[in-house]
Structures are given as structure tokens and as C-alpha cells.
Design a protein around this ligand. Structure first.
Ligand SMILES: [Zn+2]
Length: 215
């Protein structure tokens, strides 16, 4: 047993211990040994004096619940597609032994400072990876950062479908082309489609390339 040096006043009323503020002595308990506390979250709890002065009891229990929840969330996320995309992005850019390093790190593609060491920042910027999607860069000559990345249905899935493009993919083509001004040829390359297929889904015909200015 560690002997605790108790320099606290006998009356703990009004004192604050982490999230707990001591309201008053608990009745029908040995003198000065138990205190009714109000937690920042609004709950009340009776806490023994040693728990308070040793900083053992820091809240009504809400703090531990929050910590546990946070641990679970982080743990879940490390098994997620989003996390896998984050790690493989870094591997491609920084691990010289990685299969595809020569197409990434090998030609100067890097991960922005905000993402490189923080999965949290990455998640905040791109959101969770939808099922069957992967992280793609809009401009292949620029590195990984918020303005150049988006979740896109995996290219190999697109390739299998060739000309039959799901509605959501067509929406992405439109966004890339009309909003982000990505050339149709580049979109075609990115998804493994013929450029004509892209034009078809942009509601353009060969003689009616509205967006030809940026292609
Ligand atoms: Zn609480």
C-alpha cells in the first residue's frame, strides 16, 4: 500500500477534482470520508475522500466511458478501408521496396504534411472510404492532398464494365469534368474506359464537346 500524504483541508466542499466539483458531505457516512460531487456532465456521484485526493476518481464515470469509446473507435478505424488507403498511400510514396514505388515516390509524388503523420486529419478531409472505392488523385502529377484526392470506385471494377457505367460513376465523371475541369482523356485513363464512353456519359457527342476548352 502506498501511503498518501493528505494535505487537503478536511472540508472538501467547493473544491474541484478534474470533472468533479464537491457539493457537500455525504450523510450517514463516516465523517469527512465521502462526498457528494457534481460531474461536469451533470451527473452526481458519491466519492470517497481518497479517490478524490489521489486523483483516482476524475468523473462520475463518463470520462472512462469516453476513453473506452475513443479507443474502440480508433481501433475499428485501423481495420477499415479508410485506414488501409491511408497506409498504402504512404507506402507507395515512401517505401522504396514497395511494388509501385517507382510510379509514386520514385517520381516525386508525396503526401501533404497535414496527412503524412495524421490519420485523423486525413479522415477529417476525405471522410470514410465508401465500400468498393479507393483513394485517387485527380491530377496524377500532383501529390496526395485534400484538393487533389477523392474516393472513386475502384478502377478494376470500372474496367470490367467497360461501356455500361453505373449512375454514380457517371455522376463522378460529370463532377470531375465540369466542376474540377479534369480532361476527359484523363478521366478515361483513370477509370480504364475509352474516352468515347466518358463523352457519352457527359452527355456530349463528338460534335458537341461543350467542355472542349479544357480537353
Ligand atoms: Zn460525468
Amino acid at each position: 500500500m502506498v501511503k498518501i500524504i493528505d494535505k487537503m483541508p478536511q472540508d472538501l466542499t467547493g473544491l474541484r477534482f478534474f470533472r468533479l466539483t464537491v457539493l457537500r458531505k455525504a450523510e450517514k457516512r463516516p465523517k469527512n470520508s465521502y462526498w457528494i460531487c457534481r460531474c461536469d456532465c451533470g451527473n452526481s456521484r458519491i466519492v470517497g475522500r481518497p479517490g478524490l485526493i489521489n486523483n483516482k476518481t476524475k468523473s462520475c464515470g463518463c470520462l472512462n466511458r469516453e476513453i473506452t469509446k475513443m479507443r474502440c473507435t480508433t481501433h475499428d478505424m485501423t481495420h477499415s478501408n479508410t485506414y488501409r488507403n491511408w497506409t498504402s498511400m504512404k507506402t507507395r510514396c515512401y517505401n522504396e521496396n514497395a511494388n509501385r514505388f517507382k510510379h509514386y515516390g520514385g517520381r516525386g509524388i508525396v503526401v501533404c504534411d497535414r496527412w503524412k503523420d495524421s490519420f485523423k486529419n486525413f479522415l477529417e478531409d476525405v471522410g470514410q472510404c465508401p465500400r468498393g472505392y479507393s483513394l485517387e488523385r485527380i491530377d496524377n502529377d500532383i501529390g496526395y492532398c485534400k484538393s487533389n484526392c477523392m474516393w472513386i470506385p475502384r478502377a478494376d471494377q470500372g474496367k470490367n464494365k467497360k461501356t455500361c457505367v453505373p449512375q454514380e460513376l457517371a455522376q463522378i465523371f460529370k463532377r470531375l469534368y465540369y466542376v474540377l475541369k479534369v480532361p476527359a482523356s484523363k478521366i478515361a485513363g483513370l477509370f480504364g474506359f475509352h474516352v468515347t464512353t466518358i463523352y457519352n456519359h457527359l452527355n456530349l457527342t463528338k460534335n458537341n464537346f461543350i467542355g472542349k476548352a479544357h480537353d
